[in-house]
Design a protein around this ligand. Structure first.
Ligand code: GAR
Length: 189
């Protein structure tokens, strides 16, 4: 059995998709970590019966906030961290504490359109191929070795809301699958 922590700053639809996919498996979601006390992901965690930790970054350096995150994670003995709309760049302090164990999802075909506006920038680009990227986290912004990309071809008549729905649908299929595959491969000692 492997244990996962999910980090989210907002709605938490990916968090919920991963939690629901993990429920019938031997793996568990140990906790949700958020930097926003009003994140809707917190309500999802409550409904799912998953413990949550709110770590505010206000008035702190990123390293200070990450020390608090590391402290709340320690007792959970987690194997992986899945960033699911966690809108903070991690520092080497946290990344090096979980080497090759932190995964991110991004709503664009990286290296195109990194950052917080991946969907809008993809939409406005005029690119015909749009999609998602799931990757290991390194010190950069939405960089790091790619695990999986999934794309679709748009016809050009879709609204941004329709494109957003297609991207989220892809995320909700593939992020749980990738995380469960990684957890399946965790060696038990
Ligand atoms: C997702 O679309 C995810 O790809 C994106 O935030 C959204 C979170 O939605 N992440 C990034 O843009 C990271 N740069 P959710 O809270 O409903 O899962």
């Amino acid at each position: 059995m492997a244990k996962l922590a999910v980090f989210a700053s907002g709605s938490g639809t990916n968090f919920q998709a991963i939690a629901e996919a993990a429920a019938p498996t031997r793996h568990s979601i140990a906790c949700l970590v958020t930097d926003k006390k009003d994140a809707y992901a917190l309500r999802r965690a409550e409904k799912l019966g998953i413990p949550s930790h709110i770590i505010s970054y206000k008035g702190k350096s990123r390293e200070q906030a990450e020390e608090e995150i590391l402290a709340v994670l320690a007792p959970h003995k987690i194997d992986y961290i899945a960033l699911a709309g966690f809108m903070r760049l991690l520092t080497p302090r946290l990344i090096d504490a979980y080497p090759s164990r932190i995964i991110n999802i991004h709503p664009a075909l990286l290296p195109k359109y990194p950052g917080t506006h991946g969907i809008r920038e993809s939409y406005e680009s005029g690119d015909r191929q749009l999609g998602i990227t799931i990757h290991y986290v390194d010190y950069g912004l939405d960089s790091g070795p790619v695990i999986l990309q999934q794309s679709f071809t748009r016809n050009g008549t879709e609204s941004i809301a329709e494109i957003e729905t297609r991207i989220h649908n892809l995320e909700h299929i593939w992020y749980p699958k990738v995380m469960l595959d990684l957890m399946d491969a965790v060696r038990q000692n």
